[in-house]
Design a protein around this ligand. Structure first.
Ligand code: FPP
Length: 244
């Protein structure tokens, strides 16, 4: 098993999970925070080295103010409650996206959690908050001057434009829960060769077992990055394995 996978997750379905039970949507977000904890805990033993979770998109500001306020409070509580455990377990916590529109108490919690966990080497846990991939790409373009940058140069600019780390590898596996099948402005550049997996499970029901199944399904995919498959050792001399 690959021991350094980058898995990104669009955690969709909190609202429907709550509405199906006749509960307010915010209760779904609270249950979603528990699913985040389960997922983080399960990741290292599945060979995941980087986990990027889409917590709040730049378009989510269009939601009702009370729902936005609940989410901001949840993120802050999560960072404050989990930073100590992350530090002990070797989880490096960071947040990508814009910070200038976030409540100042949340920005403080982000900075404290990032500082406290900076030395973690077991898992790189990234939360995307006020994140838009198109804005990040436009921001990276604005940082660049002169001739067309190489892919590697642009990757570094992109990291700078979103509070990211230039060492973060491209996404290997993108999971979206909640029955929808779209990318919703998430990691568009970084997912160039990601395998996509869409799950019908609503995010609050997502467990470590679902994550294990997703990583196993990823392991059965044939990744070619635009090339043809290598000839198999079993092919008779002089014959190449045929491309599908
Ligand atoms: C999408 O479901 C989910 C969000 C916009 C918020 C994600 C937040 C969490 C999982 C809560 C906790 C996160 C952390 C990092 C502590 P939706 O509300 O769009 O669901 P719906 O499509 O069913 O309406």
């Amino acid at each position: 098993m690959d021991s350094n996978l980058h898995v990104a997750i669009i955690m969709d379905g909190n609202g429907r999970w709550a509405e199906e039970r006749g509960w307010p949507r915010t209760r779904g977000h609270r249950a979603g925070a528990e699913a985040v904890r389960r997922t983080v805990e399960a990741s290292p033993r599945l060979g995941i080295g980087t986990l990027t979770l889409y917590a709040f998109s730049s378009d989510n500001w269009r939601r009702p103010a009370p729902e936005v306020a609940t989410l901001m409070a949840l993120f802050r509580n999560f960072l404050k409650a989990e930073a100590g455990a992350c530090r002990r377990e070797g989880v490096r916590l960071s947040v990508i996206g814009r910070r200038d529109r976030l409540p100042s108490a949340l920005v403080t919690a982000i900075e404290q959690a990032e500082a406290a966990t900076a030395g973690g080497g077991l898992l790189d846990l990234r939360l995307a908050v006020d994140y838009s991939s198109r804005d990040a790409i436009a921001g990276a373009a604005a940082l660049h001057q002169g001739t067309t940058p190489s892919r590697e140069q642009f990757r570094q600019l992109l990291a700078r434009s979103q509070h990211g780390d230039p060492r973060t590898p491209d996404v290997d596996l993108l999971i979206r829960t909640g029955r929808e099948q779209r990318l919703s402005d998430f990691l568009l550049w970084e997912c160039a060769y990601a395998e996509l997996l869409f799950s019908a499970v609503l995010w609050p029901d997502f467990t470590g077992e679902h994550l294990r199944e997703a990583v196993e399904a990823f392991g059965r995919r044939n990744r070619r990055f635009g090339a043809v498959p290598a000839p198999t050792l079993a092919a008779p001399a002089g014959r190449q394995a045929s491309a599908p």
